[in-house]
Design a protein around this ligand. Sequence first.
Ligand code: HEC
Length: 182
Amino acid sequence: MAKKASGGGFGKLFLGFILGIVAVIAVGYAYLNFGSLPVAVSDAPFLLEKQIVRIPLHSRIDREKTDPPFGISEDVFEAGAKVYHAQCAECHGTPGHDVGYAKFMYPSAPQLWKKHGNKGVVGVSDDEPGETYWRVANGIRLTGMPAFKHVLSDTEMWQVSLLLKNADKEIPDPVQRILKGQ
Ligand code: HEC
């Protein structure tokens, strides 16, 4: 008797569990279908969307970033500028020239030759070259930032990262000209 009752109880519990899962899936589907989730560039972000993406990205970069295999020189900057002009300028702008559509991307493409804040930071000059290298090599998922490790060599990715680290310094004229494609 007791055994039978407990078997029935388990059956009901199991059925309730299955129905619960079905209900969650149905509500989730209805929410995706009928709820007005942000999908357009101009929509407001989700609650905590920025934090949810930034925290794991930063901790991953902190774990995996490495040091540059060579130092800076005008040759390195010129080589970095060639890479930048060919692969990055269309989204990230050049000194004195911002890309019009960059702010209408979501997330927007930061203009890497623009001063921001009040500490004289230009673009990502306040980031370590190893952090920029990680972003260039691996890209940033669900953004317009591509992964370049199959497009550029390791040396080229370091050259452009070292150049961006020094974007707040005086940029020699030949480097400026290459950046602007002159
Ligand atoms: C098709 C557009 C596009 C191209 C081309 C592109 N990027 Fe990006 N990049 C983005 C976007 C969009 C973001 C912003 C991602 C985010 O908010 O997380 C970004 C972010 C970055 C960041 C992080 C900026 C910050 O403020 O933390 C760096 C550094 C960067 N890109 C460097 C480069 C370099 C170097 C190249 C060329 C080798 C390049 N990108 C090419 C779109 C692009």
